[in-house]
Design a protein around this ligand. Structure first.
Ligand code: ATP
Length: 233
């Protein structure tokens, strides 16, 4: 995954806000990258651009051989559904569907898996994240950690090469956070690219690389699990 000259500005009545001022980035398969930085430094904007949720004002993004900045509308949505697994702070599970049905939803939307294989694939993913015994329950019957595991299984439904997570442990206690982060580390070790936005030092130490943003620019790029002092707010 690479980005070149990534700029994102928002026009406001009071003037233009520059969320990203020109980011160059290369991330390879198997990396577990934590994007860190102060509030307002551009972390979520960067993740949204790389995931194809939002489009850059200028600049280029290439993910798994596709020039994402050239895609629009339904082609962008189809690419995103196949390529990017998304995990959010508040899980975003659909409350009226069972856990297994939530996991099958991306398969239904993208038709990447034949209909008769979707349930067994969902069960396999739920087993991988350790909650197969919760498959038939509604999300409200699960703990926060179990709900985030269900959301990770759903993110993996279409076998995306890239997993992106915005503050995935922001709503979990520290022991539960650790187990979810171990799961991300395992998914990266299996060859996926994992990119996580976080502002918590304890969370970011699970990553193998830290990208620090400051005022929309790259302020640091360090390998290893320990973020140098002063690199987090
Ligand atoms: N839709 C928008 N319209 C206008 N300004 C925006 C919009 N989205 C983000 N911004 C601005 O862009 C800058 C970067 O925001 P962003 O949410 O990417 O930062 P962040 O590092 O993720 O912050 P936080 O840690 O608080 O979530 C901020 O100044 C923010 O106010």
């Amino acid at each position: 995954m690479s980005a070149r000259g990534l700029v994102k500005t928002y026009p406001l009545p009071s003037g233009e806000v520059t969320a990203l001022g020109g980011i160059d980035l290369d991330v390879t398969a198997g990396e577990f990258v934590a994007v860190v930085g102060r509030s307002g430094s551009g972390k979520t904007t960067l993740l949204n651009l790389l995931a194809g949720i939002d489009r850059p004002t200028t600049g280029e993004i290439v993910v798994a051989g596709t020039s994402v900045h050239e895609l629009r509308g339904s082609r962008l949505a189809a690419w995103r559904g196949r390529t990017i697994g998304l995990v959010f702070q508040f899980f975003q599970l659909l409350p009226t569907l069972t856990v297994a049905e939530n996991v099958m939803l991306p398969m239904d939307l993208c038709a990447t898996v034949p209909a008769r294989q979707r349930r067994s694939r969902a069960d396999g993913l739920l087993e991988q994240v350790g909650i197969l015994d919760q498959a038939g329950k509604l999300p409200s019957a699960l703990s926060g950690g179990q709900q985030q595991r269900a959301a990770i299984a759903r993110a993996l439904a279409n076998e995306p090469p890239v997993l992106m997570a915005d503050e995935p442990t922001g709503n979990l206690d520290s022991a539960t956070s650790d187990s979810v982060l171990d799961l991300f580390a395992q998914l990266a070790a299996d060859g996926r690219t994992v990119l996580m936005v976080t502002h918590e030092r304890d969370v970011s130490r699970h990553a193998t690389r830290h990208i620090t943003l400051g005022d929309g620019l790259m302020a640091g790029d360090t390998a290893g699990g320990n973020l140098p002092e002063g690199m987090l707010p």
